[in-house]
Ligand binder design. Structure first.
Ligand code: ACM
Ligand code: ZN
Length: 526
């Protein structure tokens, strides 16, 4: 049994369930979509029809059903029973049944992942009983498309791979200094101007940047991606970043800045001084109008608002920002960022949404309902906010969880050992940790191959931390199951890093920190 992430409770039984041309899928109404998903996956490689029938308790075959008696497994837990006569996938919710399907998929031979008919395979499910539920409710993967646009096919494949690993939050970083990647009807220049990263002959790191790059998602693309994610029980949390990392928006609409511009979409990686002006009311009108379209596209209860790395240089010199500081009786420019954040948070909350932002938004006076995503800096303010305000937190520690790092800096074993709950917290306080997320920043991500290589197999290690009870995690067991899992990924066309590459020597690890600044150019894809 090579299920990854490892289920909470699994008991192998003697025997096997054989898939044949006569195997039927029985489902209740609530699991019709799940049944269609399962049917499609099984039919392509086996060539069997797997006709879908209304649920009949006693029939031989595969059963998908809601079972309210399993409420103790929570909204994502499930029970899977494979016997020689029936396979039962049941849960209190369709989400749980979907995760049972993902476990079932991994009980079958890896060739079940082929999209064409495979003859001569033995399609057997080993008999087993599983009771399973996740450790964390927020099991996220972040893709930055601001630096490099990956395109719809790469995103759909990413979502399918997330589903396979029971990850449930796709944090989609869509706006950056280097590119604005989502069509907004009220502001066409955001994509007409902001989606083009110009070329330049002198990049910050020589040949590593300065290559022109273009791309954005239409609203129709976004709808398709969000629906595809929803069918896989994944919430898409869009990030519309402010006040910093906003040069692509300012290049499109320079009047949103303190100085009036003109600006160019950033050609290289970095932190840039020009950010949205916090003094002009037109900035708030702009962001609210953008968010109105974002609300229409994304049903997510959470909207990510960024908030990291916002230099205060322009605000210090801007008459509008300084007037705002006086009028609102604010202490300084840091308090002005809190004012800015809270004003947008209020707008979100009036429309039934909650904000999540990087941990730089955590400062005195931040509205209570904002979730904080920790990535870098002292953990003391975070711990204090958890203890005093029950602040909810998602963990993405820079050295452990960033997938854009080289394998020298963050090897597979380090990714696997990452424990997101700070040891200083007691059990009640630990409940404030909603979960964890693995960011993949894209400055050096110019191809799908590279995306896969950075993510796999580290994302699989992190998925196990997000799902499996802490006491059951074991690196040796993970490595064994991973070998089978990678075979599956290979069939799915994923260009993962080899295990040797993912686990470099101590010497390479010692120098790994330098690889943050010197991008890797060589990859050896398995
Ligand atoms: C970040 O990595 N700047 C959130
Ligand atoms: Zn200003």
């Amino acid at each position: 049994m090579n299920i990854l992430p490892l289920p909470a409770r699994l008991e192998p039984l003697p025997g096997a369930f054989q898939l044949t041309g006569d195997t039927l899928i029985y489902t209740d109404e609530a699991n019709r979509l799940n049944a269609g998903y399962l049917q499609q996956h099984l039919t392509l490689p086996t060539g069997f029809a797997f006709l879908i029938q209304p649920e009949i308790d006693t029939a031989l075959g595969i059963h998908l059903r809601i079972n309210p008696a399993l409420a103790h497994l929570g909204t994502e837990g499930y029970h899977l029973l494979a016997s020689p006569r029936v396979v039962i996938l049941e849960a209190p919710t369709p989400t749980g049944v979907f995760y049972a399907i993902q476990s079932l998929r991994q009980l079958l031979p890896a060739s079940i992942e082929y999209k064409q008919r495979m003859s001569g395979e033995d399609w057997r499910i080993p008999t087993v009983e599983i009771y399973d539920q996740p450790r964390f409710s927020w099991r996220g993967f972040m893709l930055d498309e601001g630096r490099h646009f990956q395109g719809k096919e790469a995103v759909l494949q990413t979502l399918e791979l997330m589903a396979l690993q029971k990850l449930n939050v796709f944090h989609w970083h869509l706006t950056e200094d280097q590119g604005w990647r989502i069509q907004i009807n009220a502001y066409p220049r955001l994509t007409e101007v902001g989606s083009h990263r110009p070329g330049t002959s002198r990049g910050l790191l020589g040949k590593q940047d300065g290559i022109p790059h273009t791309g954005f998602y239409t609203q129709a693309d976004v709808r398709e991606i969000v629906a595809y994610a929803a069918a896989r029980h994944i919430t898409v949390v869009p990030e519309i970043e402010f006040p910093g990392h906003s040069l692509a928006a300012l290049a499109s609409y320079p009047e949103l800045s303190c100085t009036g511009g003109p600006f160019q979409v950033a050609t290289h990686f970095g932190i840039f001084p020009d950010i949205y002006c916090a003094g002009k009311d037109s900035t708030f009108t702009f962001l609210q109008n953008v968010l109105d379209e974002v609300f229409e596209l994304f049903p997510s209860p959470y909207i990510h608002i960024g908030g990291d790395e916002a230099p205060k240089k322009r605000w210090k010199a801007c008459p509008d920002c300084q007037r705002r500081i006086r009028q609102e009786d604010l202490k300084d420019e840091h308090a002005l960022q809190i004012y800015f954040t809270n004003r947008i948070l209020k707008y979100l909350s009036q429309r039934g949404r909650r904000a999540i932002g990087w941990n730089q938004i955590l400062d005195a006076g931040l509205a209570r309902d904002a979730v904080v995503q920790y990535w870098l800096g002292s953990r003391q303010p975070l711990l204090q906010a958890i203890r005093e305000d029950q602040r909810q937190v998602v963990m993405s520690s820079f050295l452990d969880a960033y997938l854009d790092h080289s394998y020298s800096l963050t090897p597979l074993s380090r990714a696997y050992r990452y424990e997101p709950v700070p040891a200083e917290l007691d059990d009640a306080q630990s409940a404030c940790i909603l979960g964890l997320e693995f960011p993949l920043w894209s400055e050096h991500l110019r191809s799908r191959r590279r995306l896969d290589y950075q993510a796999y197999p580290r994302l699989s290690a992190m998925a196990e931390t997000a799902w499996t009870p802490k006491a059951q995690k074991d690196l040796g067991s993970f490595r064994q199951r991973l070998v089978h899992f990678l075979e599956r990924l290979g069939i799915m066309g994923v260009s993962f890093a080899s295990l040797e590459e993912a686990q470099p020597s101590r010497l390479k690890q010692a120098f790994g920190i330098f690889t943050i600044f010197v991008p890797q150019t060589k990859i050896s894809v398995k």
